[in-house]
Write a protein that binds this ligand. Structure first.
Ligand SMILES: [Zn+2]
Length: 132
């Protein structure tokens, strides 16, 4: 499920058409009809993942800079500033859909969807479609 999520695909069936745009998910997966936003404020977990990745990479960039300046006190500050701006401005936008699908995969692993839920009433839809 996590590998499907990293590919911006439905974590349950692996379908790729779950995003209407870069920032907007469809209501349901087109193949397995899984409701993508399972409850109100569902994607708060996705925001936390996005924030953690961004802050983690910022901390890593800062740590690399500290190690470099310890070895060579004349190290320029410009590269770490450029990296910091890219990490804090560009990365959250680029990573946004991935953070959502990754959160969906984590949530699905922790709270599996019952067999009859999420298929939109379409008989036979969903279960078994791309499982495994
Ligand atoms: Zn699906």
């Amino acid at each position: 499920m996590l590998l499907r999520a990293i590919g911006r695909r439905c974590p349950r069936c692996g379908s790729s058409g779950i995003f209407a745009s870069w920032f907007r998910l469809d209501e349901r997966c087109p193949r397995c009809h899984l409701r993508l936003e399972r409850e109100s404020d569902f994607f708060l977990g996705g925001y936390v993942i996005n924030l953690a990745v961004t802050e983690g990479l910022l901390a890593l960039a800062l740590m690399i800079y500290v190690l470099r300046i310890a070895a060579d006190p004349g190290t320029s500050l410009v590269p770490v500033l450029v990296a910091g701006v890219i990490i804090s401005v560009v990365l959250p936008v680029v990573f946004f859909p991935f953070s959502r699908t990754i959160w969906m995969a984590i949530d699905l692993a922790m709270r599996p969807v019952p067999r009859d839920e999420g298929n939109g009433g379409a008989p036979g839809a969903g279960q078994g479609a791309g499982q495994g």
